[in-house]
Each structure stands twice: as structure tokens, then as C-alpha cells.
Design a protein around this ligand. Structure first.
Ligand code: DUC
Ligand code: ZN
Ligand code: ZN
Length: 488
């Protein structure tokens, strides 16, 4: 009798023990362990291992269990959240005869190789487009093509009853919660009453409104004056869009948002006066998120003055300014004025009849498509010129390039940080690797980079998307279609 009680106890204990071990094995095991690296988030830096299972981060700690797991040795490297570039244009219609240089395949491939794991392209409604129809078309273009995860912003250019009264509220409810509007470009811009109406829809339905701030009427006036004086080379792009044009529109957008009582995002801020408008609006209590971009740190209007029309390579809006404004943009990155550092990747080939040198654009700056490539160089530029010069620390770098994007656009904490339960979107950086930028080494569909010949220190070497190694020691190993659409 005594024997059998002990025997039953032994069997039950054995069963429980093996169940416990099996379960703990399942709970504790990792598909992949990254060890030896310094993990940096927007908040902290620490030496720890990261355990990944089923595409998510499941453990962060010392000496994690590597039994049966693949391993990556990150000794001497930084392990950062994959970059999120929340301002990217891909496959966007850009005027008659003009073709954007990147589609979803090449644009996200380039983004990935620059240390990004999520990009947010725009779905552009042209004046006669039905918003839902155009969104479906963009999904069709992106499906199965991406190397990073993506989520769309909507651009509204036709604020009619169908768009504002029907489609937009329904799409916001479906998770398309960020909307861009333009105050410039005759074919796209909204006037003040249209801006107010669009802002009000965003307010009522809880969407985030992004605004391109440049005064179209003032630009038109200056363009006419330039043409009358036969000043039509690429440099005229800068002198027809001076700081006052951006400052006034920034002030107006902020004031209209204040009237509506709507938090807004001011995108691609290029200068100190516009940044000052943002600080003043915040001082009045308005919730403003502000973005700047690499071109406003690295380029000036002088770059638009290149021989043989080469200045066309630097035509983007707002235009690059001067070194004083570059310093003002750095100051804004350092002091918290800017929350987001995005590429505004908007690529056109230079030497192409469908790009910068289209037949009309080769004669008059007015017809040069606006935008420059930069999705692959965004992070190395800020790392090299911001972190490695001591202007910002690594935690601020992560905030500006990943975490704040996820928070602003509803992807946090799934994206944008290193935490238990977050997607294992990681970029392993060699902080001392020095490389000179050559377009031949980049992965986009353009034929130039505005940063050709610049030497940058600090590059991503290995990138993981939801636990899958996509770039390994600088080589692309991921596949087209590994990236998915992120419902928000
Ligand atoms: N605005 C952008 O956001 N990107 C490129 C061109 C433009 O005007
Ligand atoms: Zn814009
Ligand atoms: Zn843009």
C-alpha cells in the first residue's frame, strides 16, 4: 500500500515536472538571441541580450538561454529599434509625363538598407480621384512588393462632400488615421476654408493632420516676377519659395488649428523662423508635432546653382536654405522643437525625360519635379552628424528616428521601441564604420544621391524585420514581400 502511494506520487510528480519543463521550454526558448550588444531605446541604454520568438521580442536580459536558437553576436555594436520613416513618397503621380523613381519594391528596399523597418508612404488623392478608389490602387501597388512594413497616410486634395462627409470618416474608422494637406501647388492646395473643413473632420473623428506649409499665392507672384525677368534656372526654385512664404503658412496653419482646436503635425520644417512659430504656438497651448529632414541640415540653396542644370538634383520643397538655417534646424533637433526626423524621400531620376530633365524641366525650373531621394541616407546622416559629433545623444536619435514616429502615427509600442511584446524590428549599428556615400552603393531607383561623396561615420550593418534577418553584415538577404501592411 505504502509502496503504491509513493509510486503514484512519483508518477504524478514526474508528469507534472515534465509538463512544467516542456512548458517552460516553450515559454523560455528563443528562435534567435542577439547577444553582446548595447541596446538603446528612446529612454535608456543597457548591455543586454534580446531573445526573439515568433517575430516578437520575448526576453531582454543577461545571458539569455540560447539552447536551439540562432545567435547574432553584436559585441561592440549598438542594437536600436529599426528606423521608422514616416514621410516617404513612392509610386506617386507627379505631373504629366513624370514618373517617380521608386515604387514600393525599390523604395522599401532602399529604406531597409538604410536601417529602417517601417516606412509610411502617402496615398495621394488628385482632384478628380475618389479617395477609396485611389487607396485601393495604392494597396494594389504595394501588395507583395515591400521589404519593410508599411502604413499609408492619406493626402486630401478634393475636400468635397463625398471625401470629407463620407469617405474620410469611414477610412479614419478603418485605421487610416493620418492625413496630409497642402497649402501649395495649384492642383493640390486647400484654401483656408477648405483647410478648416478638413481640420474639423480630423477633430471630430480623431485623426492626425499633417500640413505642408507654403503660401501658394506668394509663390505664384514670385514665379511670375522671376519669369518676367527670365530667371528660370533651378536656383529660382529657392528664390521663389523664400522663408517668409513658409513662415507665413506655418503661422496660418497653426492659427487655423488653434481655431478648430486640433493637434497638428507641421512637416518638413526648413528654417528657424518657422520653428519659432511652432514654439510660439506651443506656448499658447497648442499641441504641435514638428518634423525636419536631412536636406535642411546638409544642403543649402547654393546647391541649386549647379552647372549644367545639376542644381535640379536638389530641387525640393521647401527648398534648402543657408548655413544659418541649418544651424537653426540642428538647434531644433537638440532642444526638442522637432519631434520627428524624416527623409521626405521623393525621388526622381535626374538624367531622364520622365524626371528632373524632362523636356520642360530642362528649360524652366517651374517644371522640375519637386523632391529628392534620401530614405537610405536619413539615419546615417543623423547618426554621423548628430550622434557622432555630440549634438544629440543616442537616445534622442532613437526618439527622432523611430519611437516618436510610432507614437505620433499609432504604431507604438508594436513598433518603434525595444520592449517585451514589441515586434523584433531591430537595426544593429557599427557606430564607427566610415563609408563615403556613392549612389552606386545605394538601393533606390534614382540615378543620383544629393549626398554623393560625403563621408559618414556610423552605419547599420544588420537589420531584422519581425525577427527575420533582412540585411546581414551589409548584404541584402531579405525578400520582396517580406514587408506587410500595418493596420492601425
Ligand atoms: N512635399 C513633400 O512632402 N514632399 C515632396 C514635395 C513636397 O512638396
Ligand atoms: Zn510636403
Ligand atoms: Zn513629402
Amino acid at each position: 500500500m505504502g509502496f503504491s502511494i509513493f509510486y503514484v506520487y512519483h508518477l504524478v510528480f514526474k508528469r507534472l515536472r515534465s509538463t512544467f519543463l516542456e512548458e517552460s521550454y516553450l515559454v523560455m526558448s528563443h528562435h534567435l538571441v542577439i547577444f553582446g550588444g548595447k541596446i538603446c531605446t528612446a529612454a535608456d541604454s543597457m548591455f543586454a541580450d534580446i531573445g526573439i520568438k515568433d517575430g516578437q521580442i520575448v526576453s531582454i536580459g543577461r545571458d539569455l538561454d540560447r539552447t536551439g536558437a540562432e545567435v547574432i553576436d553584436a559585441t561592440g555594436k549598438l542594437v536600436l529599434p529599426g528606423g521608422i520613416d514616416s514621410h516617404v513618397h513612392l509610386s506617386q503621380p507627379s505631373g504629366e509625363g513624370i514618373v517617380m523613381a521608386d515604387d514600393f519594391e525599390t523604395g522599401t528596399r532602399s529604406a531597409l538598407c538604410g536601417g529602417n523597418t517601417t516606412v509610411m508612404p502617402f496615398c495621394l488623392q488628385e482632384r478628380n480621384d475618389n479617395l477609396r478608389g485611389v487607396l485601393n490602387a495604392y494597396h494594389g501597388l504595394a501588395e507583395g512588393q515591400c521589404y519593410t512594413d508599411i502604413a499609408f497616410h492619406l493626402i486630401i486634395s478634393n475636400p468635397d462632400a463625398q471625401t470629407l462627409g463620407q469617405d474620410l470618416p469611414a477610412l479614419i474608422a478603418e485605421g487610416y488615421t493620418s492625413i496630409k494637406v497642402f497649402m501649395t501647388y495649384e492642383a493640390l492646395r486647400l484654401n483656408d476654408s477648405e483647410l478648416l473643413a478638413a481640420f474639423d473632420v480630423a477633430r471630430q473623428h480623431g485623426a492626425t493632420m499633417m500640413v505642408h506649409c507654403e503660401n501658394e499665392d506668394a509663390i505664384r507672384y514670385l514665379v511670375d516676377r522671376h519669369e518676367a525677368e527670365s530667371r528660370v534656372t533651378p536656383h529660382a526654385h529657392a528664390t521663389t519659395r523664400p522663408i517668409a512664404v513658409e513662415r507665413e503658412a506655418t503661422h496660418r496653419a497653426l492659427s487655423l488649428a488653434e481655431v478648430v482646436d486640433l493637434p497638428i503635425v507641421i512637416v518638413h520644417v526648413s528654417n528657424g523662423a518657422a520653428a519659432e512659430e511652432i514654439r510660439r504656438a506651443r506656448g499658447r497651448g497648442l499641441k504641435v508635432t514638428a518634423e525636419t529632414c536631412p536636406q535642411y541640415l546638409m544642403l543649402t540653396a547654393n546647391d541649386l546653382d549647379g552647372m549644367d542644370w545639376e542644381g535640379a538634383k536638389f530641387v525640393c520643397s521647401p527648398p534648402p536654405r543657408d548655413t544659418t538655417e541649418q544651424r537653426a534646424c540642428w538647434q531644433g533637433l537638440m532642444d526638442g522643437t522637432f519631434d520627428l526626423f524624416s527623409s521626405d524621400h521623393c525621388p526622381f531620376r535626374y538624367d531622364s525625360p520622365q524626371g528632373k530633365l524632362n523636356p520642360k524641366g530642362a528649360k524652366n525650373f517651374r517644371f522640375i519635379p519637386n523632391g529628392i531621394p534620401g530614405v537610405e541616407t536619413r539615419l546615417p546622416i543623423l547618426f554621423s552628424e548628430g550622434v557622432n559629433t555630440g549634438r544629440i545623444d543616442i537616445n534622442r536619435f532613437v526618439a527622432l528616428t523611430a519611437t516618436n514616429h510610432a507614437k505620433t502615427y499609432g504604431l507604438y509600442p508594436r513598433k518603434g521601441t525595444i520592449a517585451i511584446g514589441s515586434d523584433a524590428d531591430l537595426a544593429i549599428w557599427d557606430p564607427d564604420l566610415e563609408r563615403t556615400v556613392h549612389h552606386a552603393d545605394l538601393h533606390d531607383g534614382a540615378d543620383y544621391t544629393p549626398y554623393e561623396g560625403r563621408t559618414l561615420r556610423g552605419w547599420p550593418v544588420t537589420v531584422l524585420l519581425r525577427g527575420k534577418v533582412m540585411m546581414q553584415d551589409g548584404a541584402l538577404v531579405g525578400k520582396r514581400g517580406d514587408g506587410v501592411y500595418l493596420n492601425r
